[in-house]
Each structure stands twice: as C-alpha cells, then as structure tokens.
Design a protein around this ligand. Structure first.
Ligand SMILES: [Zn+2]
Length: 275
C-alpha cells in the first residue's frame, strides 16, 4: 500500500520583502554582464523566511524539518553548471534570481553524496535531468518546452506520482505509467528520498497514527453507548489532530493515511480532516 508523499507548495503564495524585485533585477543584470550568481546570494536568502512559512520549516522535497541555519534555498534549475547536460552548461544563470526557480531544501536533498564502495553518486547539487535531452536550453530563453525528469513539489500533478510503503516508510513510485515511474525513481535517487533515517522517522509517524486511529475508533464506539466516556475519545482525537496539523512531521502523508480510514461509522475522521 502506498500513501501520498510529496506536499504541494503553491509558490504564488510566497511573500517577498519590499523592493525585492528591484534587487533581483539588479543582480540578474550583473550576472548577465559576467558576475558570479553566488556573489548575489543575499537576494535569494532574503526569501528564506517566506519559504519556511509556506512549508512550516519543512524541506519541500522530503518533508524533513530544516534547521534555520541551513543554506536552504535550492535552485530547481541549477545556477552554475548542469551535470546532466549533453554539452558543457554554465547553468540557468538567467533564472538565478527568479523566484519561480527557488525550492526550500534540506542538506540531505540538495548536497552531493558519493558512495565510495560502489562508485555511485547522488544528491541534487547540479543535477537536472530532462525527459528529452534534445530540448535542453543553454542560453537565456524560454524553458516551456524543457520538461524536467525530476518531480517538482511546486507542480500539483507531480506530487501525486510518489508515495511510500506503509510497512516500512520506503519511498516508491505511485504511478504504473512507465515514464512517471521512471521520474519517481530518478527523483528518489537525486533527492536522497531513500535515506534510511528518513524512512524510519516516516514509518514511526505512520505507525503511531494508525495505532491512535484504532484506539479512537474503539473509544468512539464506547462513548456512543456510554456518554460519560466521551472525554476518553476526545483526548485521542486531539492527539490525532496534532499529528496532521501542518507543522507536524510528515503531515502530508499522515493526512493521506487518515483519509484512507474514513467510514460512515466514524464521521469524526472527516471532521478532524476538515477542521
Ligand atoms: Zn529534504
């Protein structure tokens, strides 16, 4: 069984500080004239607080909590180089200060990992594979025809393409369409979604929620017969509510899991989800 994993982030809701677009434009012109995008990193760092607000301090790729001190703004289209490009690529420099290109990312999702034993490497860093490499854009221009292989938390359809196994928290493809399955698999590798520590935390949260739901169902049935037992039910219902509020760990998946438990006999589940 799979449960919903990636949480959709609506970038249009990102609030920017006063004068930010002017500062972004100045930086963009300087980079077009040859400057290094990193010399203007303060421009994207200014948006960090607003980005934290959109996800309650969680990584947009894996939903793990992010430390405030992390260098957490990832450029979805890399700004300095692109290791997947068929020809030498200097990065999507013209998008370095475009807020539609920013994603909040934890260190595990955006930093390079190298496995010295097997000689493999992962981690987003400068990775940006495409569905069709022939559509790759190298110089300032439209990216509309360039379709990423990586799943994007800011695309609502992409968020439904990845899930995790209830029995162990391991991430997996949620679609059986071969292309979408491939996109999920590549994303799991590039974003480090198969990191054991995260799987364990995700699984622990899922197991705790399921156990609370079972307990609440029993207590609800008892309270239906004996009204004085209602407080016992309410205390478990509150515990469940705390597991699905937006700042709770893996709340996107927890909500999905709770949604799967709805039934006519237990209308309180719907009430918790809608409250
Ligand atoms: Zn992450």
């Amino acid at each position: 069984m799979t449960i919903f994993k990636m949480r959709y982030i609506d970038l249009d809701k990102l609030r920017v500080p006063s004068g930010w677009f002017d500062r972004a434009q100045t930086a963009k012109l300087a980079v077009a004239a040859g400057a290094d995008p990193n010399d203007y990193s303060s421009v994207w760092r200014e948006l960090k607080d607003g980005m934290y607000d959109l996800s309650s301090f969680k990584c947009w790729y894996c939903e793990s909590n992010i430390d405030r001190s992390d260098n957490a703004v990832d450029h979805f289209r890399p700004k300095n180089s692109v290791s997947d490009a068929a020809k030498a690529h200097n990065g999507y420099r013209w998008l370095a200060f475009d807020k539609s290109n920013f994603r909040l990312s934890c260190t595990f999702c955006n930093s390079r990992r190298v496995d010295v034993v097997y000689g493999t490497s992962g981690g987003k860093a400068d990775r940006f594979p495409l569905i069709d490499e022939n559509t790759r854009v190298y110089v300032q221009g439209s990216i509309l025809l360039e379709h990423p292989l990586l799943l994007d938390p800011c695309e609502i359809e992409d968020c439904e393409l990845i899930g995790c196994k209830q029995e162990n928290g391991e991430p997996c493809a949620a679609s059986t369409d071969p292309l979408q399955e491939k996109r999920a698999q590549v994303s799991i590798e590039v974003y480090h979604l198969d990191r054991d520590a995260t799987n364990i935390l995700r699984h622990t949260a899922a197991a705790g929620l399921i156990s609370d739901i079972l307990e609440a169902k029993i207590r609800f049935d008892v309270a239906q017969i004996d009204g004085t037992k209602k407080p016992d039910f309410m205390s478990v219902a509150k515990r469940i509510k705390r597991r699905i509020v937006s700042d709770a760990p893996y709340s996107g998946e927890m909500k999905y899991l709770l949604r799967g438990q709805r039934s006519a006999e237990h209308p309180w589940i719907n009430q918790l989800l809608e409250a």
